[in-house]
Design a protein around this ligand. Structure first.
Ligand code: BGC
Length: 763
């Protein structure tokens, strides 16, 4: 608190006296009534060019923070720069003690004492881990997703962090890309709703329980060719506007305060140096007034892209293109001041970037209290608290998708059964935490085995069958998968033979998805498929529980295994959530946020595809239509798909009118009846097709959904409103508008099973 008096009380007054001679207002950085922009400018006026550049520099954590200060090398340089006021933000510093130590240097040892902001990848939880974002998205439950983000915010804020690099809002259409786990799946409409929920959950009202959110990666990162991470991206403006941008725009509208650009090039220009994306669209069209951070080292990566000849030119390009803060390239701190002196970068652009950085610092309340997030007592009382565990358990149950349930295998009977549990993942307490478990303790998730053991009525036995991974499994290493050792098969087969029912937990190791983990095959890794088929021969009563960070291609299992439960990577409470679903204490209601292919060759595969000129065979057995000669066009499980322990019957799709005109609307209603024996939740989905467009339109686009809960035999009518917001798109006129013409509306239980009606729009 001393800090404001010492650093600002006098200087700000004098700076303002110089600049606003007519103003009699007493300005201070802590005056709540004063507009933030005025406070920002008053600080900016005090800054030297080097200090301004310093605010645009973000360093990764660099030494044992509370130990002796570093003497040599990169760490010593970073430390020196910190003391000189040449650092605006740090990432990967956690724990109040360390955060406080660094903040203290910024506040007490630099000339102006401008506080740092502390970033961290709080992607789906800090120490208490929620389901991976793709799994959460399968809940289609915005309140639950918002709550999950709020838990992550509260827990990480308590350890000194005030900025998360989440949500990732990249629309993903290719399951080979490892980072599909980090996003909301393939749909821009669902993705936009989820982006808003996550931004609101993280940022709240910027109390000490909230942190800055960051919409990333702007833009196109998920469309890397062949799903190979960091690969080239070449997409049309039409796809950018209609598919990629909407969740980013929704984040801006929801008040997200920061953006991150991306590693990829977009149509020949690296996103980090892309003025169209950052200046024209984001800061221009969308009027985003928060800050844009580069991705890790992405400014210098423009050299490898072949877009900048050296770090200095990369700094020039990035800043001029609208990248405000340099994450870990050191290009800005090394070169920007010189570039201004040489006239290659205008100081007004530096000022704009610095304003954005200072602004979020004011918004967070750090100028009032730079130690707002540094409270040891709160840290001790908050991290891992029981209430968080309840929250992530609730989220985990809601994220589970029932893909198949035949032979009445599910829910499991609660007593008198001999149950075999097979698969290394059944006993894995780390994989459910996923790959972004940067602060979670290894082996801290509840395993499926532990979850099932809480139900005491049945006789459970476990056999691993085969190891999934071999050797070291750490965040940065490639995970080595067991592809040869089948020595445990025999024991698993014997156990299956001697059981009434078999629960097999198979899928991906927790470190097989995420950044840098693209896959060219999407089957069950290693020897798991062989294990599954061998056990099936011994006992076909198998419930397959999948643990994975992306859609898998499992055609044999989909055809033969009677019950399949998609349980993703569900976080700290994974095993408890799975057990409650398997035993029917929780009736699953999740719906796939991404299409599951039959084979890798179908990718990219998504429900909102374009029709092509040859969508069907026009003569029997003709080859001349858009298809594969060795695979169907249809997915294994479509977008929006998910079963329940009850059934829902859809009927009476009605439109209030078959036409609407400018500023008008149509009410669409549908009746849904629970025709089964238990209470259940259903996500009713509405899709639209615009039949003719100035630009070709997708065969179906999600435009609305509503979750309802029905008792057995209960019926509800759900009503949606069709208006121009539902029918507009980025047209050949390069603007968002609804074009006159005919449309189809589809309502149903997933993107493939719907009732439909027609309507017309005229303007
Ligand atoms: C990732 C970002 C992440 C950043 C900081 C990068 O490698 O692409 O999503 O936020 O590292 O850890």
């Amino acid at each position: 608190m001393n800090f404001q008096k010492k650093k600002y009380g006098i200087v700000i007054l004098s700076a303002l006296a110089l600049s606003c001679t007519s103003s009699k207002k007493i300005v201070s950085t802590t005056n709540k009534k004063l507009p933030i922009d005025i406070k920002v400018d008053s600080v900016l006026k005090l800054m030297t060019l080097d200090e301004k550049v310093g605010q645009l520099n973000q360093y990764n954590g660099f030494w044992d923070v509370t130990g002796p200060s570093p003497k040599n090398g990169q760490a010593a340089k970073k430390y020196e720069n910190l003391k000189k006021g040449l650092v605006g933000s740090m990432l990967n510093i956690k724990g109040v003690k360390d955060v406080r130590a660094l903040q203290k240097i910024a506040i007490e040892e630099t000339r102006l004492g401008i506080p740092l902001i502390f970033g961290f990848d709080v992607i789906h939880g800090y120490k208490t881990i929620s389901p991976i974002p793709l799994a959460e998205s399968a809940s289609w439950d915005m309140d639950a997703i918002k709550r999950s983000a709020a838990i992550a915010a509260e827990e990480s804020a308590a350890v000194g962090i005030n900025w998360t690099f989440a949500p990732m809002v990249d629309v993903s259409r290719d399951a080979r890309w490892g980072r599909v786990m980090e996003g909301a799946g393939e749909d821009p409409f669902l993705g936009s709703k989820i982006a808003v929920a996550r931004v609101q959950g993280f940022q709240g009202d910027f109390s000490y329980k909230n942190i800055l959110a960051c919409a990333k990666h702007f833009a196109g990162y998920a469309l890397a060719e062949s799903g190979r991470d960091y690969n080239t991206v070449d997409v049309s403006e039409n796809t950018l506007q209609n598919t990629i941008f909407p969740p980013f725009k929704a984040s801006v509208d929801a008040g997200v305060r920061t953006f991150m650009n991306s590693f990829n090039e977009l149509n020949g220009i690296p996103a980090t140096g892309n003025a169209y994306l950052q200046r024209e669209v984001l800061k221009g069209d969308w009027k985003f007034d928060g800050l844009v951070v580069s991705d890790w080292g992405s400014i210098n990566e423009m050299i490898a892209h072949g877009y900048a000849k050296d770090s200095k030119q990369a700094a020039e390009i990035a800043l001029n293109a609208g990248s405000d803060m340099d994450m870990e390239s050191s290009a800005y701190v090394e070169h920007l001041s010189q570039l201004v002196k040489e006239g290659k970068v205008k100081e007004t652009l530096i000022d704009d970037a610095v304003r954005r950085v200072l602004k979020v610092k004011f918004e967070l309340g750090l100028f009032e209290n730079p130690y707002k997030y540094c409270d040891e007592a709160r840290e001790a009382a908050t991290v891992g608290k029981a209430e968080f565990q309840e929250g992530v358990l609730d989220m985990a149950k809601k994220s589970i998708v029932l893909l198949k349930n035949e032979k009445g295998l599910l829910p499991l009977k609660k007593s008198g059964q001999k149950i075999a549990i097979i698969g290394a993942l059944a006993n894995d307490k780390s994989s459910p935490l996923g790959s972004w478990r940067l602060a979670a303790d290894d082996n801290s998730a509840v395993s499926v085995l532990e979850g099932l053991e809480k139900y005491s009525g049945n006789q459970l036995s476990f056999a691993k069958g085969a190891d999934l991974s071999v050797g070291r499994t750490e965040f940065i290493w490639e995970t080595k998968i067991n592809t040869t050792d089948k020595s445990g098969f025999e024991e698993a087969i014997a156990l299956a033979k001697n059981s009434d029912v078999v629960v097999m937990v198979l899928g991906e190791h927790g470190l097989q998805s995420g950044e840098g983990r693209s896959r060219s095959e999407l089957g069950l890794p290693g020897v798991q498929e062989e294990l599954l088929e061998a056990v099936y021969k011994a006992n076909p009563n198998i419930i397959l529980v999948l643990n994975n960070g992306r859609p898998l291609a499992i055609p044999w299992a989909a055809e033969n295994i009677p019950a399949i439960v998609e349980a993703w990577q569900l976080g700290s409470q994974s095993g408890n959530a799975i057990a409650q679903v398997l035993y029917g204490d929780y009736n699953p209601s999740g719906k796939l946020p991404m299409t599951f292919p039959r084979s890798v060759g179908q990718l990219p595969l998504y429900y909102n595809y374009k029709n092509t000129g040859r969508p069907t065979m026009n003569e029997p057995d003709s080859v001349f239509w858009s298809h594969f000669i060795d695979q169907k066009n249809t997915p294994q499980f479509p977008f929006g798909f998910g079963l329940s322990y009850t059934n829902f019957a859809y009927s009476d799709l009605k439109l209030s009118s078959p036409i609407f005109t400018k500023n008008g609307k149509i009410e669409v209603s549908i009746r849904i009846k629970n025709t089964g024996k238990v209470k259940g939740k259903e996500v009713v989905q509405l899709y639209i097709r615009d039949l003719i467009g100035s630009v070709t339109r997708p065969v179906k686009e999600l435009k609305g959904f509503e979750m309802i809960e029905l008792e057995p035999s209960e019926t509800k009518t759900v009503t949606f409103t069709i208006d121009e917001k539902m029918t507009d798109y980025f047209t050949a006129n390069r603007k968002w508008e609804t074009e006159a013409g005919d449309f189809v509306v589809f309502v149903g239980t997933n993107s493939n099973e719907t009732l439909e009606a027609n309507f017309n729009y005229s303007n």
